[in-house]
Design a protein around this ligand. Structure first.
Ligand SMILES: C[S@@+](CC[C@H](N)C(=O)[O-])C[C@H]1O[C@@H](n2cnc3c(N)ncnc32)[C@H](O)[C@@H]1O
Length: 269
């Protein structure tokens, strides 16, 4: 919904997604067009973060593909549309969408309704990160563990236990081929002494909890970086809101920017 709202309300686009509206469907598009909340004061900060993390991921993916990576793993893919709008002329990637079985079934229904075929190089692997090994899910989708992969894991870590987050990162570090990369986002532990940050955070937490998926896990950036390095990752780069704003939102006339708390971490195996 946020990526679709971005296509409707923001110029210039930070993240071009020609299928974002199609995949949410006409009813949801109508909701976006009427809903004050989507383009009014409440949502733009979160929307900015969501489009920036997708843009950063696809920028880094393009660099990895330029260096020869041919496998793209989208963990917790949700309604991500990359696999359905691959650009012609680029070397084809094998794309593995791994998601909770319930979400994946819902996405397949959404794709069907939007008349979007699943291309032959897009593979769906249903996995519940809290209960099932990623290994088996990827294997069943014919993922090649001997070749490097670029892994995106966006909008998922806040909803998992810390143990499940670290288990998945440990799996990527220990099982994927050398040269593999991951980009994931996380929410920074809130500084409760800052009332305006605290209020924004409480409002967002209440909203996602009402939607049935409460936030569970937050990280202190320095501790996370140390723990991720200990798993075997190297070349880490953490983007906080100010780094993402400088990279993607500088000089805009509409004031769209990320207000705080969200980070993206990029690391190599
Ligand atoms: C906020 S959506 C993010 C979707 C997408 N990556 C994006 O950037 O828009 C959260 C995703 O996490 C997935 N997820 C949450 N808990 C999960 C679990 N235990 N196992 C697998 N996927 C999970 C949901 O199915 C959903 O696709």
């Amino acid at each position: 919904m946020h990526r679709a709202a971005h296509q409707l309300f923001d110029r210039p686009l930070v993240f071009e997604d020609a299928l974002a509206l199609a995949v949410i469907g006409l009813e949801a598009e109508a909701e976006l067009r009427r809903g004050q909340d989507w383009h009014g004061h409440a949502a733009p900060g979160l929307r900015a973060f969501i489009v920036a993390r997708s843009r950063l991921t696809e920028d880094l993916l393009a660099e990895a593909a330029g260096q020869g990576t041919r496998q793209y793993v989208v963990l917790g893919a949700g309604l991500d549309t990359y696999g359905y709008r691959q650009s012609r002329g680029r070397p084809p990637l094998s794309i593995f969408e791994v998601d909770h079985p319930a979400t994946q079934a819902w996405k397949r229904a959404r794709l069907k309704e939007a008349n979007l075929a699943i291309p032959a190089n897009v593979f769906h692997a249903p996995v519940d990160f809290e209960r099932e090994p990623l290994d088996a899910g990827l294997r069943s989708a014919n993922f090649d563990f001997d070749r490097p992969a670029f892994v995106a894991w966006l909008g998922v870590t806040p909803y998992l236990s810390r143990d499940a987050v670290m288990a998945t990162l440990g799996f990527v570090a220990s099982r994927l081929a050398k040269g593999s990369e991951i980009v994931f986002d996380y929410a920074e532990l809130v500084d409760v002494s800052d009332p305006s940050r605290r209020a924004r955070f409480d409002a967002l937490s209440a909203r996602v909890a009402r939607a049935g998926e409460p936030f569970r896990t937050f990280f202190d950036p320095a501790t996370l970086e140390r723990d991720v390095r200990a798993l075997g990752f190297s070349d880490m780069h953490d983007w906080d809101a100010s780094a993402l704003n400088a990279r993607y939102f500088a000089g805009r006339g509409d004031g769209l920017r990320i207000p705080g708390l969200g980070h993206c971490l990029h690391a190599r195996v």
